[in-house]
Design a protein around this ligand. Structure first.
Ligand code: ADP
Ligand code: ADP
Length: 231
């Protein structure tokens, strides 16, 4: 079963004509452990698609299955719990809590969920992201790239089915962006973590196993694989 399956997804904005067809019939699947980039110009529908995948907003029609679960069939409360347990988010602006140190930021989603912290696993993530000597620091003492690594660690901490990254390198210089991308790729491989990232930056997208291009709310081309990992 694919970890993510999207069937004929449409999202229109506005109640009166002409509506904005932000997504106009998107179908795609993502297999467990894949690292997929969704690319497209500004306004092509990338953020809307990511919001639908994460159940942050409801579709006009079509379905999204995460780990086989039909997320739009859930009521708001069930969807909120599902999202907290099953989906990790990485944002352009890191969204770290300034008064919590790096370690506290990373384990916060686990604690909010009321589940036990798997210390060995969290330790492995912290090491994989090169944050071992930063755990006691406040986010304000870190560089942008370091802050984004903390945000990635936090997204992985709950062992989500899916990590969704929204322009994760949008605030970073090109060298730091490449470093963050290589780390994302490594954690995808090391932890078998499925990652879907949106970006408008073609160079950044090249790190992914597969690139899906969207244009005017539709998939522009057949998804291509880099051929580096069997998918
Ligand atoms: P709906 O009719 O689906 O409720 P609205 O047009 O009323 O949608 O907008 C809902 C929200 O989205 C508002 O907060 C608005 O500021 C924001 N919004 C409107 N147009 C855009 C746009 N082109 N891009 C991003 N956000 C928008
Ligand atoms: P991208 O992330 O690729 O820049 P978006 O998904 O933000 O694209 O936007 C796709 C289209 O939907 C654009 O035409 C945008 O203006 C419109 N749009 C996005 N959000 C809203 C909203 N809340 N209300 C109305 N229109 C929106």
């Amino acid at each position: 079963m694919p970890i993510l399956q999207i069937d004929h997804l449409k999202k229109y904005y506005g109640q009166t004509e002409p509506v904005v067809k932000a997504l106009d019939g998107i179908s795609l699947t993502v297999e467990r452990g894949e690292f997929v980039a969704i690319v497209g110009t500004s306004g092509s529908g990338k953020s809307t698609l990511l919001h639908m995948m994460g159940g942050l907003d409801r579709a006009t029609s079509g379905k999204v299955f995460v780990g086989g679960n039909d997320i739009f069939a859930m009521n708001d409360e069930a969807l909120t719990i599902f999202r907290r347990r099953s989906i990790g988010f990485v944002f352009q602006h890191y969204n770290l809590i300034p008064i919590l140190n790096v370690y506290e930021n990373i384990v916060l989603p686990i604690e909010l969920d009321g589940t036990r912290v798997d210390k060995d696993y969290v330790e492995r993530i912290i090491r994989a992201l090169g944050l071992k000597d930063k755990v006691h620091q406040l986010p304000s003492r870190l560089s942008g790239g370091q802050q984004q690594r903390v945000a990635i660690a936090r997204a992985l901490a709950t062992k989500p089915s899916l990590v969704l990254a929204d322009e994760p390198t949008g605030n970073l210089d090109s060298k730091t962006s490449q470093e963050v991308m290589i780390l994302l790729k490594q954690v995808s491989e090391q932890f078998g973590q499925t990652i879907v990232m949106i970006t408008h930056n073609e160079d950044i997208a090249q790190t992914a196993d597969r690139i899906i291009r969207i244009e005017d709310g539709k998939i522009a081309m057949r998804p291509e694989t880099s051929g580096k990992r069997g998918v």
